[in-house]
Structures are given as structure tokens and as C-alpha cells.
Design a binder for this molecule. Structure first.
Ligand SMILES: Cc1ncc(COP(=O)(O)O)c(C=O)c1O
Length: 428
């Protein structure tokens, strides 16, 4: 993008604060792409990584294993009801590719499931930028250019309480969405898996599911013999206020993915977990060819795993999830003030995630569409107000580091409010 020919260069990051080479200080309201947990330059995480680096830095997981990765795998299985084994990769998109391959191959492995070749999803899901992940998570603005190369999926509507069909309540629309899903799953048996984000669609517009939506889809999957795949890459590990979001949603999947916050946001690691039934289907002799032909160079990287193990220890010691539930109330104090800004259409908040939808016409809910990039305008205005912001379309996202203090979050939100007010004349 031409207008982004120059970028702020970060020269220092401490706690929730970023400092660029021009001396601008900004609170990190993006959690460095939704992954930072403990703030920057945390001594314990640095020590864990350094200690591991002194021992060995990276060895392959092909024919080998390593202690930090094994430890992390055990912890992940312990955390995740119903899950049995872990496949590590190095980013969320890859973890989703693994999930899709596991789900599709499962049906081949068990025999008799050859018809099961399609993936079902819901609208506005986002699962990453590789081709499989783009196919299952189609967000039109992001992926239009590649439409022809993406594999077809069966996509169902999702209840977004701010944009419901006229005269329908959330519950009525949710029931209609679920009826459509059931009607399709009951009619044909070609669906191998249903893939969705757990708890909320984040990149697709901060759409927080109404109570029971995810649970019911899980039940329908069970009823009609479809694998249920949940993506907790953005929503697990505390972002929505619980460690494992699917527990809160009372919906145990067959496959789940984690990423982003696994290492506290310090190194790159993601994981795909499956239940025993799926894992067992991949066991066989060499000649059975049932194993998963998939692997990444940095799978199970010991440095990343050392950071992840230490971060997990810190979650427990600091009772982070409980702390998040308390800190998250700071957002509520500002609901009224934010909703009074005359171009705010809707506020959606859960845990440590808030999306503020900006509209040029509150009645007709028409999104703002300035000539310049909304993201650029808000980034620059935010920088002036001491906050690092990244918008998604017409939605201002607040995604702070999870361990942010109440005072810091208070200051962050005030800076965002100020930024929204000061950007108005540039975006309307
Ligand atoms: C829900 C979800 N899944 C998958 C991904 C992809 O993760 P990564 O950017 O690490 O490839 C993202 C990234 O934002 C995400 O939000």
C-alpha cells in the first residue's frame, strides 16, 4: 500500500508500552497481534528462553522429540477435556491446515467414509491466510482475489446481534441459523467436519456468539456424524475470559487448535489437538499409509516450548484467568461513554476483547467508508494519543496484553475514546 511507505520502527518494548525510534510511546492495544500475555520484556520468559538456548535451540521432531515440547503437549492435553494428542506447528494458519487434513483423512482412515469430503463453516470466520485456512474462513474483503483457487465449503449464516434480519430477535435468528445447519446435515452425508472459531469470530467482525449457539452446533455434529473442529487460536488462553473457551461453551470438539498466546506472545508456536478416536485412526503399519504426511521445520521448537511452559506456569501462579475476569470489568465502566459517541453503532465485548463498530448513520447502520484507510487514520491518531491501534474495517479493536493492570487498561480505553473522537472528521 502506497500510503504505508513508512512505518514506525519499534526500538523498545517494556510491559504494555511500545516505544518507536522517534520516541513515541504507545500502549499496545493490539497485544502485538493478539498474542501478548505478560507485557513485553518479561524477565521470567526471557530467562526461560535463554536457559533453553544455552542447552539446545532447535532440533527436528522428525524421528526425535524434546523435553520442553513433550512437557507442553502433556499440559495442553491436561487443559483440554476430550483431547488426547498434540501436533505442534509454528503458526495458527498451519495449525488449521493440520486440523483440516486430520479431519479429511480421518474418514479415509476408518474406511467407508469416502463420501465425507466437504467442510462446513459459518460466515465471517477467519482461520488464517494459507489456502486451506482461507477456504474454511472466508472473509470476503480479505480473500476475494483468491476465490477461484479456494476449495468450496458449505457455509451457514451466523447470528450477529447488531445486524439481524429485520423484525427478528437474536434468539429467533439463532434458531433459524441452527435449523439451516440441521436441515443440511440431515439431508446429505458428505460433510467431513464443521469448522468454527470458539466463542466468537474475531477478525470477521468481533461477532460474539449468543448463548447456546456453539453448543448446539456441537450437538448437531454428533447427531449427524460430522467432526467438530474448534479454532481457539484467538479466543482461548484467556482472551474471552476463560482458559479453554469450549469448556465455557459446553461443547467438546473432536479437534481444537491453539496459537497466538501459547508462548505468552514471545515465540512462534501453535498446536492442533485431537481426541483418541481420531488419533487411533492414524495408527497402522508402514504399509497401511495411514499416518499424517505433514510436518514443519520448526515443529515443537524447544525455545518456543520453553517459553510456553514458563508462561503456563505463570498463568497458574498469577491466577491469570481470575485476574482477567476482574480486569475485564474496566471495559464495562466505559460502555456508556463510548456508546454516546455519535458515530459508534455498536460495542461488542467479552473478556479482554472489545470491538467498537463505527457507522456514518446510526439508524441505517451504514459503516464508515472514508477515502483513506480507516486503519491508517486510526493508527496515526492513536499514536498521537499514545496508543497502538489496528482497526478491522470499520471496527476499532481493543485487544490488550492479558495481564494488563486495571489502571493501565483504564488509561488505554481513555486513549482509544479520545482517538475515536479526534478521528471523526477524518472518517465521516
Ligand atoms: C481465529 C484465528 N485462527 C487462525 C489465525 C491464524 O493465525 P496465524 O496468524 O498465527 O497464522 C488467526 C490469526 O489472527 C485467528 O484469529
Amino acid at each position: 500500500m502506497k500510503e504505508w511507505s513508512e512505518f514506525s520502527k519499534i526500538s523498545k518494548a517494556r510491559g504494555v508500552w511500545l516505544t518507536d525510534s522517534d520516541g513515541n510511546r504507545m500502549i499496545d492495544a493490539v497485544a502485538s497481534m493478539w498474542c501478548n500475555v505478560w507485557g513485553h520484556s518479561n524477565p521470567r520468559l526471557i530467562k526461560a528462553i535463554t536457559n533453553q538456548a544455552k542447552s539446545f535451540q532447535h532440533t527436528s521432531m522428525f524421528n526425535l522429540t524434546n523435553e520442553p515440547a513433550e512437557k507442553m503437549a502433556k499440559s495442553l492435553v491436561q487443559l483440554s477435556p476430550g483431547m488426547y494428542k498434540v501436533f505442534f506447528s509454528d503458526n495458527g494458519s498451519s495449525a488449521m491446515e493440520v486440523a483440516i487434513k486430520l479431519a479429511l483423512q480421518y474418514w479415509k482412515n476408518i474406511g467407508g467414509g469416502e463420501k465425507k469430503t466437504r467442510i462446513a463453516t459459518i460466515e465471517n470466520g477467519y482461520h488464517g491466510d494459507t489456502f486451506g485456512a482461507m477456504s474454511v474462513g472466508y472473509v470476503p474483503e480479505f480473500f476475494d482475489k483468491f476465490k477461484k483457487q479456494l476449495f468450496p465449503t458449505v457455509r451457514f449464516p451466523v447470528p450477529n446481534r447488531y445486524r439481524l434480519p429485520r423484525s427478528m430477535s437474536v434468539t429467533e435468528y439463532q434458531n433459524l441459523c441452527l435449523e439451516k445447519i440441521e436441515e443440511r446435515l440431515a439431508r446429505e452425508d458428505d460433510i467431513a467436519a464443521f469448522v468454527m472459531e470458539s466463542g466468537a469470530e474475531v477478525a470477521g467482525g468481533v461477532i460474539i456468539y449468543p448463548k447456546g449457539f456453539q453448543k448446539r452446533i456441537g450437538q448437531l455434529c454428533k447427531k449427524y456424524g460430522v467432526l467438530f473442529v474448534l479454532d481457539e487460536i484467538a479466543t482461548g488462553f484467556g482472551r474471552l475470559g476463560s482458559m479453554v473457551q469450549y469448556k465455557e461453551q459446553e461443547s467438546i470438539p473432536d479437534i481444537v487448535t491453539y496459537g497466538k498466546m501459547l508462548t505468552g506472545g514471545y515465540l512462534t508456536m501453535a498446536a492442533t489437538l485431537s481426541n483418541k478416536r481420531i488419533y487411533d485412526s492414524f495408527l497402522g503399519t508402514f504399509n497401511d499409509r495411514r499416518h499424517l504426511f505433514h510436518g514443519h521445520t520448526y515443529t515443537g521448537n524447544p525455545l518456543a516450548a520453553a517459553a510456553a511452559n514458563e508462561s503456563l506456569r505463570m498463568y497458574k501462579e498469577n491466577r491469570l484467568i481470575r485476574k482477567i475476569q476482574k480486569t475485564s470489568k474496566v471495559f464495562e465502566r466505559y460502555y456508556e461513554e463510548i456508546s454516546q459517541i455519535d458515530y459508534v453503532g455498536d460495542i461488542r465485548h467479552k473478556g479482554m476483547l472489545m470491538g467498537i463498530e463505527l457507522v456514518q448513520d446510526q439508524k441505517r447502520k451504514i459503516p464508515i467508508s472514508p477515502k483513506e484507510s480507516v486503519n491508517k487514520i486510526f493508527f496515526e491518531q492513536g499514536r498521537k494519543n499514545g496508543v497502538y491501534l489496528r482497526t478491522l474495517g470499520n471496527i476499532v479493536m481493543i485487544v490488550p496484553p492479558l495481564a494488563i493492570s486495571e489502571q493501565e487498561l483504564d488509561s488505554l480505553i481513555q486513549r482509544v475514546i479520545h482517538t475515536i473522537k479526534s478521528a471523526k472528521e477524518m472518517v465521516i
